[in-house]
Write a new protein. Sequence first.
Length: 209
Amino acid sequence: MTEDSRHAAAEAFDAIGADYETAFAGSAAHRASLDRLLEVLPPHSRVLDVGSGTGRPTAHTLAAAGHEVSGVDVSPVMAELASARVPEASFRCADIREVPLEEESFDAVCVYFSLLQMSRDEQRALVHRLAAALKPGGRLALATVPLDVEGVSAVFMGQEVRVNSFGPEAFRALVTGAGLTVLHEDSTVFTPSHPGAVPEPHLFLDCRR
């Protein structure tokens, strides 16, 4: 992610703010992914939430279950919203690419739709780093829009964004190439609750190091 693309991502999600939470609150697949994670996490697990947004539902759900949640988001507005809405977790405004990650330090990492504005090379590099940050047996919950697109300009919730992604097979290969095992896969179509929203494919992968 170049400096310009970081600023663009931050500005877009600063503008979207709390509307993002409202638009995606109805995602049953997201909730199911969190439920599967909660079933296997040891008590008081350390969890990293990448692209934590408003903190809900991910950080809120995990923190309410007694886990130690750290969230990272490139948007100052999102980090501020999350800190106010989920005070039992900790959040910082930062670019995850620049955040030092200690190897084998987290029981789980959540990455829900936060790769899409990174280049494909950056997505690969980050997934490798996140896999290394997991303890052996640790879980990675990952979600994306599984389309074979690169550098495509799109309008997302009224904001212009540039999107990079992989088709389903290439995305699974990215994950397994990082040394992770895909334990569960959920492909669905979801329409955000937002004016002008259209149905979009979602792919959720539950993985283990």
